[in-house]
Design a protein around this ligand. Structure first.
Ligand code: THU
Length: 158
């Protein structure tokens, strides 16, 4: 068992994910690690494109991977950038997090060269007054019910 606190361990995962960044245009490498309610960790890295606007941020890559694997409930996110200063998630990534996470959701942010000097912000701090549809919350719980039903069907017969 690691003696590191949860935030620091998640930051290690994000730093490892940063190694897979595809950032030939900006040379700005970012890694993310998303902890699910069940304890699984999904990594993401920024994936740039010759058509610059198609670039995918590390945070959204992590969310997409987790959701595609059937996870909708998350405990924390860590974001690590290869620059000397901490890179806070961009506005688009904050809104994507708001689709799945409540206001108290913690985001740990660090530079790869100083993982111990991380900063933690809640989603409320990062994106106050965020956009939501009246149905966002109820759709979230509907999806979870749907998922429960699906996993029951996928269970092998006893
Ligand atoms: N980037 C992220 O991966 N996450 C953010 O929250 C902000 C920016 C990436 C996109 C691009 O590949 C590079 O950083 C420079 O903008």
């Amino acid at each position: 068992m690691s003696a590191l606190p949860d935030a620091r361990r998640l930051l290690d995962e994000a730093a490892a994910a940063m190694g897979n960044a595809h950032a030939p245009y900006s040379s700005f490498r970012v890694g993310a690690a998303l902890l699910t309610e069940t304890g699984a960790i999904f990594r993401g890295a920024n994936v740039e494109n010759a058509s610059y606007g198609l670039t995918l941020c590390a945070e959204r890559a992590a969310v997409a991977g987790a959701v595609a694997a059937g996870h909708r409930r998350f405990r924390a996110l860590a974001v690590v950038a290869g620059s000397p200063h901490r890179a806070s998630p961009c506005g688009a990534c904050r809104q994507v997090l708001a689709e799945f996470c409540d206001g108290g959701f913690p985001v740990h942010i660090a530079s790869a060269s100083a993982l111990d000097a991380f900063d933690t912000r809640t989603l409320d701090e990062l994106l106050p007054h965020r956009f939501s549809l009246p149905t966002t919350r109820s759709r979230r719980s509907h999806d979870e019910t749907h998922q429960d039903l699906c996993s029951r069907h996928q269970r092998p017969p006893a």
